[in-house]
Design a protein around this ligand. Sequence first.
Ligand code: WTA
Length: 628
Amino acid sequence: MSEEKKITKVPVYTPDKSYKDFRWMGDYEKIYRESVENPEKFWEGIAKELDWEKKWDNVLEWNYPDAKWFSGAKLNITCNCLDRHVNNSRKNKVALIWRGDDGSERIFTYRQLYREVMRFANGLKKLGIKKGDRICFYMPFVPEHIISILACARIGAVHTIVYAGFGAESLHQRIVNSESKLVITADVSIRRGKRIDLKSIVDEAIVNAPSVERVIVYRRTKPDIELYTEMELDYYELIKDEKPHCDPEIMDAEDPLFILYTSGTTGAPKGILHTCAGYMLGSYYSTKYVFDIKESDVHWCTADPGWITGHSYVVYGPLQAGATILFTETTPDYPDPGVWWEIVEEFGVTILYTAPTAIRMFMKFGSEWPDKYNLESLRVLGSVGEPLNPEAFEWFYRVIGKEKLPIVDTWWQTETGMHMITTLVGEPMKPGFVGKPLPGVVADVVDKTGNPVPPETAGRLVIKTPWPSMMRGIWGSREIYEKYWSEINGYYTVGDMAVKDKDGYIMIIGRADDVIIVAGHNIGTAEVESALVAHEAVAEAAVIGVPDPLKGNLIKAFLILRNGYSGSEKLANELKYHVRMTLGPISMPAEINFMETLPKTRSGKIMRRVLKAQDMGVDPGDLSTMED
Ligand code: WTA
């Protein structure tokens, strides 16, 4: 699978010298070397920065492919997010600033956030929720989302957050697979001045989901929607008499903290399992050292808490660091395309962490929008989710960073729990490259037998050794978990193709498997295909991702219809709508093509790469396994 990949010469940028406070400036190579020579010492050093109920007996027990980190330790992650700040000078410091779609604001100090979390934690206990029970979240961008996540962790329940853009079928699958006892949702989500009904999607998703005992509904709007009182409860009704203190459930290091579903190469989403101690460490370490975060920072990660980025860098990382988090309902273009920059100026945002698809959208709107605002508070910019192409990097660097701010293009995954590869603040940046592995992370680009490929040769990205916030399993599937660690020489196989340059900087080329990244969201081809064939008109379906300047990729579907149906624009629209309703808008194909046949291998597998090559007008490569 390795092939030569000519790297066109790229400029190298070093952030402004006036940027003095680099934690690792000049020391990266030394720290990195020490971290991989003695990983246990390295990670233990980080762990000592946090509060523990009881310290560990061992840093790492590695029993391939299973890791136990900090075994013997006792902890609760919320003690590091809340108690430790409330018990010192950060008590009255702002923990959370929320800005609504209509410009309204809500502000919580650490003390206030603590009290709200504890009240909700007590409410959950009152409902009989216990350590290890799963709670499914289907929530909009509101403070109650963050509060209820922390409350869940406080009592040792396992959260499984589902992005509220997913459709009823996707939500149903996740509720059933995780056997959630409780669903926490809201009446509506508000986006661009419009109300999007969430509650009716939950109603549909919990049909035939026997694990669900209760649904808690946060009422975002008036008039109050009706609740079915046998089963449904109002969020504030639940906590109205609850006390603002709740002792933390003391967790073992390897107790589950959360399950988060991600798209895989099979039709069913994979429930990635993260555990308490390792995830706590990884989210803290990366937030602190990659963003160079300080307690004076106003950290704005624009991701939804329903993605791993939201878990680690909206909620857990910045709160452990004692920073102020900004959380908004705001979309990038409403009420106008300047709204994000207005927010940066208004709240003095210092760290802005977003996605290439948003940056490319801002490029399209034009520099005049950010230029209207004072962006001087910013000191670190970040990107995640898909390759930050050089044009988008340059724009971000010039127009937002004023040619002096560091951009951390962070490569990582739901499975890794934390940033793994990035150019650290203060190190020279190369547009198009994510950079080098973080200290403690042993990443490499290899061929299919595991040998490192020479520089400027494309290969597979692998992680060679365990790290604290690695996933511990797939909920309900040992086999899929083992596959990650067994495909290439016992390394953790990422699923991405990458290339290194002569200085060891890594460029991510894209997925090597059947996952399409659309606007930063991972979508499994198999999920979309099975949604399509569930429609009565469709006999067979194949979907591919094709490059799109704004969203990175778009989904194109190729279909064979059942007898008695014929392709028409009306049917194409109906099928798009069908996918939208089952999986949600992000999975909706942009284009549908009706076919007589699909290219297949002799064993009957659809050859998506052939469709893709035909679609893009390039050579489809080896066709020897194709049937006539
Ligand atoms: C891709 C998101 C290029 C990659 C945190 C990875 C990236 C998948 C980058 C994981 C980046 C993530 N540059 N590609 N900086 N960050 N990816 O699980 O293909 O939603 O495997 O986690 O996104 O997506 P996930």
